[in-house]
Design a protein around this ligand. Sequence first.
Ligand SMILES: N[C@@H](CCC(=O)N[C@@H](CS)C(=O)NCC(=O)O)C(=O)O
Length: 213
Amino acid sequence: MAGEFVVYGERGWGNVAVEAGLTLIGAPYRVVDAGASGPERPPQTVTAQVPVLELPGGEIITESAAILIWLADAFPQARLSPPIDSPRRPAFLRWMAFVSSSIYALYWVRDVPGRVVDGEAAQAQVKTRLAERIVRGWGLMEAGITPGPWLLGEDLTVLDLYVTVVSRWTPRGPLHDHIAPRIGAVVRRVESHPRLAALWAERFPLGLDPDEG
Ligand SMILES: N[C@@H](CCC(=O)N[C@@H](CS)C(=O)NCC(=O)O)C(=O)O
């Protein structure tokens, strides 16, 4: 596919997984700052959230999991997803959807509990409960996969990129060391991937902990 992609997003937010995918694919792209401090979010989206990927032809894709799956399928030579007839395809789709719906989606409330409840005490409780739920989600995934070097075995996929970004949000340290150590080991491998090191340093350095994301 010729032409440039445009990624709308912010440092440390879910769009960094999309940037990682495009980097491994080797496709040309530019990033538009559409985060808290950036200019307006792309008006084409329903939720006004990022990531948003604009294709070279101008079409828009939203939803991080959909974007990553589409990219992997559109560039099969990059081998970033198990092919449709692979025995690993069901697990790939299952965990991509799980990370999106059972973990990532919770941050919309966890980061700003005032979106759903009033009062300091209630908001603190919602924050705690959702943190527990997020931890439980990672625990379920840890128990449900048998990683090789990468989460689905021998080949790195966009699931590894997605999990690396989403699992870096709270509670990163305990999560990677204790709650989901096998996932943590894969995340460290993704973080030190030679073709991604520069991206992580610039777009999601360790120590950057966007409370929203
Ligand atoms: N379901 C969406 C969630 C996207 C999302 O929560 N994005 C965050 C950044 S990581 C965002 O835009 N936050 C700002 C807001 O919700 O206003 C997806 O998977 O792409």
